[in-house]
Write a protein that binds this ligand. Structure first.
Ligand code: ADP
Ligand code: G3P
Length: 496
């Protein structure tokens, strides 16, 4: 009797494995951090073998700790850090280079050149993405260019390209696949036709022999090799981690929104059965494909979310641990006029300014570390409010609440301020491991462990609801001040 679904949540800094039962409750969890490599300024790499071995170890560990035999596991689902680019030898399964991580900026100039050549509008129309080094296309082109012999070998069909889902699926089952949601983050995939885009493959110089087969987010990909867990388990669910979290938050209807407050913040809104062409610099992306039906999402991300609080801890040393920020922020009655724009790595959506830099404005002799902590917490909410504003303008559909998850969503002060700024309730669910839960749901649906989206949507439960309390004119005034602070941070590095 199968009693669990196993979710593999392969994140940027750690690999996690979580077992879920029929009620969608976690029955065990194992997690392992793995090394980050920064070989040059702006470069971020992972060893694909670290990704695989840490993921395999935690999967085995969670089964062992929970005393669950692999034969009791109905299915495996993968949720993964997206865009990160892996290239490996098809015959041996050995990577030919380090993985280029989504945060890596080495191809920024290649993107500038494509922009100057007028390619951005076409790329956006076909892929729904902003022309940026964030996505896989220029990373793969870089590998084909710089790894000795790679292009010739790729053209002969000897190499496989994939995002992290693809890499894990290959190691687990031997098949070279990716799901539609991950494919939509490569900048090589046409989100309208749901297939690799010949025009973009030509533009980036990518031979189609390296590409994975595109599968749905919820379908049987294959069985795991028997030796991995002692018993084969069907791999039946794959989605990019932010799409998986949106699914795990049960955002199944147009206008439903979730925001994940992790290192960065990733806000996604269900956009319906057709992609929405953003006019507000958001990304239009595939959510998931299930039983032939594709749902689309609008996405906005900010680079510094919870990481702003880490900076207070590690950079300024004014708190010992992240959770201390709440007490320090509440040690003052308000922000005292201080605004922080944490553009340490430029600004993401909706500004997309790689030259913006961190700014602290409005300080007086009365400013204390309490005000700075308050401004840091508020900055997370201001940045997220800008994303929701852009979404409301793009989607032209009412937003009635926002569902929150991620480490910084534990901060009640942040959640309350966020609700105040948005003017809609912010709701925190009971199960906060929404990324893994979404992957489990996608996998479980494919094998009949859960029968329908309605059944899984009914499992979603609120832990706490934060109602907006701020008057409209105060909200408008604060957002206007924030906009002035952002103005001061933009373009800074370009004028150095
Ligand atoms: N109480 C808190 N208030 C604000 N930020 C917090 C709090 N607790 C944790 N964080 C932040 O949340 C982030 C970790 O969240 P997590 O969801 O684990 O992130 P990720 O998956 O991106 O590694 C860290 O950046 C940390 O600073
Ligand atoms: O690994 P995470 O959770 O920070 O997510 C990374 C995103 O998928 C990048 O697009």
């Amino acid at each position: 009797m199968t009693r669990y679904v196993l979710a593999l949540d392969q994140g940027t800094t750690s690999s996690r494995a979580i077992l879920f039962d029929l009620q969608g409750q976690p029955a065990g969890m194992a997690q392992e951090e793995y090394p980050q490599h920064f070989p040059q300024p702006g470069w971020v790499e992972h060893d694909p073998l670290d990704i695989w071995s840490s993921q395999l170890r935690v999967a085995r560990q969670v089964l062992k700790d929970a005393h669950v035999d692999a034969s009791q596991v109905a299915a495996i689902g993968i949720a993964n850090q997206r865009e990160t680019t892996v290239l490996w030898d098809r015959a041996t399964g050995v990577p030919v280079a380090p993985a280029i991580v989504w945060q890596d900026r080495r191809t920024a100039e290649a993107c500038d050149a494509l922009r100057a050549a007028g390619k951005a509008p076409r790329i956006q129309a076909n892929t729904g993405l902003e022309l940026d080094a964030y996505f896989s296309a220029t990373k793969l082109a870089w590998l084909l260019e710089h790894v000795p012999g790679a292009r010739a070998r790729a053209e002969k069909g000897e190499l496989c390209f994939g995002t992290v889902d693809s890499w894990l699926a290959f190691k687990l089952t031997g098949r070279h696949v990716t799901d539609v949601s991950n494919a939509s983050r490569t900048m090589l995939f046409n989100i309208h036709l749901l297939r690799w885009d010949g025009e973009l493959l030509d533009l980036f110089g990518i031979p189609d022999t390296v590409l994975p087969e595109v599968v749905a987010s919820s379908e049987e990909v294959g069985l795991t090799h028997a030796h991995l867990f002692g018993h084969p388990i069907p791999l039946t669910g794959i989605a990019g981690d932010q799409q998986a979290a949106t699914f795990g938050q049960a955002c199944h209807r147009q206008g439903m929104v979730k925001n994940t407050y992790g290192t960065g913040c990733f806000m996604l809104m269900h956009a319906g059965a057709q992609p929405v062409a953003s006019t507000n610099r958001l990304l239009s992306t595939v959510g998931w494909k299930i039983n032939g039906r594709t749902d689309y999402l609008l996405e906005g991300s900010v680079f510094m979310g919870g990481a702003t609080v880490q900076w207070l801890r590690d950079g300024l040393g004014i708190i010992q641990q992240s959770a201390d920020v709440e007490a320090l922020a509440l040690s003052v009655p308000d922000n005292g006029g201080v605004y922080m724009v944490p553009a340490f790595a430029g600004l993401g959506a909706p500004h997309w300014d790689p030259y913006a830099r961190g700014t602290l404005v409005g300080m007086t002799r009365g400013t204390t570390k309490g005000h700075i902590a308050r401004a840091a917490v508020e900055a997370i909410a201001y940045q997220s409010a800008e994303l929701l504003d852009a979404m409301r303008r793009d989607a032209a559909c009412p937003v009635t609440e926002m569902r929150a998850d991620g480490g910084a969503a534990r901060n009640d002060t942040l959640m309350q301020f966020q609700a105040d700024l948005l003017g809609v309730p912010v709701v925190r669910p009971r199960v906060t491991e929404t990324t893994a839960l979404g992957a489990a749901y996608l996998a479980g649906l494919a094998v009949g462990f859960w029968r329908s989206r309605e059944e899984i949507a009914a499992q979603w439960q609120a832990e706490r609801r934060f109602e907006p309390r701020m008057a409209d004119d105060e909200r408008a005034e604060r957002m206007a001040r924030w906009a002035r602070a952002v103005e001061r941070s933009t373009g800074w590095a370009a004028h150095a």
